[in-house]
Design a protein around this ligand. Structure first.
Ligand code: PRX
Length: 649
């Protein structure tokens, strides 16, 4: 971890808004005089009642609690739309690039987006939505997805977006957990020339016995593909929009009222409904979009994530729209129909900033530089990375080939729970170090500690923790305050937030994130729980037991490796068939993104004498590391057996 520092490109240094000293002073003030600092920052939002207090939050055991801007009121959609109308109403808010490059792009100005959101808010109200209701959004990457989010925010309903790649069963689980009464979806999605049967998936989810809360389904006609509509329950978006008024007053919300839930994977099988509230979240979204990406009016901004993940929430919708930016929304895949596509989109829309994930970069890098070289990319000034550690090789490629050495790279570390970027270099301020995210943003105090919570020396690996509350942090886990405390505030007590990542700080205070320290795996940047995949596997009739770990993968960062023992009844089934069958079974239970890359059949799993599966041994096996202490294994010979089977798999 002694990579050279990359300097700030000269063009950037020339128009820097602050220097190192100012960044350090700003950071110090955010910690020493936090209340004044955050009340000042809060002025970037349009409050109905401006807050008089910043934080009533504490990580102290005695008065633990999370509350930001508690006496302030605002409406998030009004902040993203109404306040821009007078001066920026005719500026493009959303630029939409379709999956198929021969289809025409679409764009919506702030005025048009405002009108669309108001109408859809009225549609939601007509469908019975009230303040505080949960509304599930299962959408392709089309502008109507952003409209749905903002319409919920307008009427004070809480949205829960479920990524369109999740299966009906996973969708049903997320609908039921938050008792959602309305689903917003589309007939189909388009990705890489293929159709995704979203409405059919919703129908399948709602047909499951336990999924009973939904009364209404609103369906956008995205592809015109044939779908079944259930009278009384299902309505077409366009028909419903035609029948409502174009104005909808924005509900007055408290800063602490929930804005959205977003289910993410944790250490156990059940996804967690991460709950973000309105004021602190929006402030942090707007501030980080401006600060980390040095956003300036007129820049075309492209966060190439899916709105189904937190990156899409914060950096396709809320952050850029709160700042009056032009945000590009891309329906398709970065490398379809050719590996030049991502750069062609940059050229077509004159993108200034591109924010994507290391997985995408690794895949494009493999395809060869000529796919990049044939595009101009002259508009590109800044490159961002998020979601998983970026290997220095991919970093250098992004910097040298894609950005031709003239674009700073910001590697942003954060999580669904943190809401927004927490640690990064700032483009015109900090030198860059390939593979390191850089330094914490204002108000973010981090510490790397050992298993007992004692800070470790710089240059030593440990567990990443955050030692004070920050405005964009999750408020709780939906309906489960206990699990919230248990997940984030039990390992080291209430005085520090347990991140779940291994990391180290170097002597310059730069953060190097190594990977997850818990049972979470990041496959192509998508967060999955090993327990979730295990329970999907054991629900297959041929499987007796399963243990899942993440194995290093040069394309996807990590991939799912599953170790499986089978039922006697399946002894004669062909292993090749069973592998395919199990992969499809997991896809049906969770989604294709969770399909194991490798399945190893074994007669037993490494277990302690009390029968506990020792996943550490499997992890070390797939990572080709020394196995460590195996003396507590009930059957030590199992390790050799599994190692042999791995060679065959
Ligand atoms: O392990 C870290 C990794 O992604 C986790 C959070 O995943 P998720 O909630 O899906 O949020 C993804 C979008 C922010 C973290 O605990 N991670 C995220 N960004 C980075 C990263 N690891 C290394 N470097 C990053 N820049």
């Amino acid at each position: 971890m002694s990579e050279d520092l990359f300097p700030i490109p000269a063009d950037w240094a020339a128009h820097a808004r602050m220097n190192q000293a100012a960044r350090a002073a700003d950071y110090r003030r955010s910690l020493d005089d936090g209340d004044a600092y955050w009340l000042e920052q809060a002025q970037r939002l349009d409050w109905i009642t401006p807050p008089t207090r910043a934080s009533d939050s504490s990580f102290d055991e005695a008065d633990f609690g999370i509350q930001w801007f508690a006496d302030g009121t605002l409406n998030v959609s009004a902040n993203c739309l109404d306040r821009h109308l007078a001066e920026r109403g005719d500026i493009t808010a959303i630029l939409w690039e379709p999956d198929d490059p021969s289809d025409a792009p679409r764009s919506l100005t702030y005025r048009e987006l405002h009108a669309e959101v108001c109408r859809f808010a009225n549609v939601l109200k007509d469908a019975g939505a009230r303040r505080g209701d949960r509304i599930t959004i299962y959408m392709p990457m089309i502008p109507e997805a952003a409209v749905a989010l903002l319409a919920c925010a307008r009427i004070g309903a809480i949205h829960s977006v479920v990524f369109g790649g999740f299966s009906p069963e996973a969708l049903a689980g997320r609908i039921t957990d938050c008792d959602s009464s309305i689903v917003v979806t589309a007939d189909e999605g388009r990705r890489g020339g293929k159709r995704v049967p979203l409405k059919a998936n919703v129908d399948a989810a709602l047909a499951l016995d336990h999924c009973t809360s939904v009364r209404r389904v609103l369906v956008v006609r995205a592809t015109g593909g044939a779908v079944a509509m259930q009278p009384g329950r299902d309505s077409w978006y366009d028909e419903a929009m035609a029948g409502v008024a174009p104005d909808c007053p924005a509900e007055v919300m408290k800063a602490e009222d929930p804005l959205f839930l977003l289910y993410t994977s944790g250490s156990t099988g059940k996804p967690k409904g991460v709950c973000h509230s309105s004021g602190g979240y929006l402030l942090w979204a707007s501030l980080t979009h401006a600060l980390c990406f040095d956003y300036r009016p007129g820049d075309v901004w492209w966060c190439a994530a899916d709105v189904g993940w937190v990156t899409g929430h914060s950096y396709i919708v809320y952050g850029p729209l709160a700042n009056g930016a032009t945000t590009l929304m891309y329906e398709g895949l970065p490398s379809w129909p050719t590996p030049s596509r991502i750069w062609e989109v940059v050229d077509r829309h004159q993108v200034h900033t591109l924010f994507t994930a290391p997985t995408v970069l690794r895949a494009l890098m493999k395809e060869g530089d000529h796919h990049v070289a044939k595009t101009s990319r002259a508009s590109l000034q800044l490159l961002g990375s998020v979601g998983e550690p970026i290997n220095p090789e991919a970093w250098r490629w992004y910097h040298g080939v894609a950005g031709e050495g003239r674009c700073p790279i910001i590697d942003t570390w954060w999580q669904t729970e943190t809401g927004h970027c927490m640690v990064t270099t700032l483009p015109a301020v900090d030198k860059m170090r390939p593979g390191s995210c850089g330094r914490p943003l204002p108000g973010v105090e981090i510490e790397v500690v050992d298993e007992d919570g004692n800070p470790v020396e710089p240059g030593t690996n440990g567990l990443l923790t955050i030692t004070r509350p920050w405005p964009g942090m999750l408020a709780t886990l939906y309906g489960d305050d206990e699990r919230f405390v248990e997940t984030y505030f039990s390992k080291f007590g209430k005085d520090r937030y347990f991140v779940g990542d291994y990391a180290q700080l170097d002597p310059d205070g730069y953060l190097w994130v190594i990977g997850r320290a818990d049972d979470v795996v990041k496959v192509s940047g998508h967060r999955l729980s090993t327990a979730e995949v295990e329970s999907a596997l054991v629900s297959h009739h041929s499987v007796a037991e399963a243990a899942v770990v993440g194995q290093p993968d040069e394309d996807t960062g990590q991939a799912i490796a599953a170790f499986v023992t089978i039922e006697d009844s399946a002894a004669d089934v062909s292993r090749t068939e069973l592998v395919e069958d199990l992969r499809e079974h997991v896809a049906a239970k969770i989604g294709k993104l969770a399909r194991p890359k490798r399945i190893v059949f074994t007669y037993d799993l490494p277990k302690t004498r009390s029968g506990k599966i020792m996943r550490r041994i499997l992890r070390n096996l797939v990572e080709d590391k020394p196995l460590g202490d195996t003396s507590t294994l009930r059957d030590p010979s199992i390790v050799e057996h599994i190692a042999k089977k791995m060679k065959e798999s």
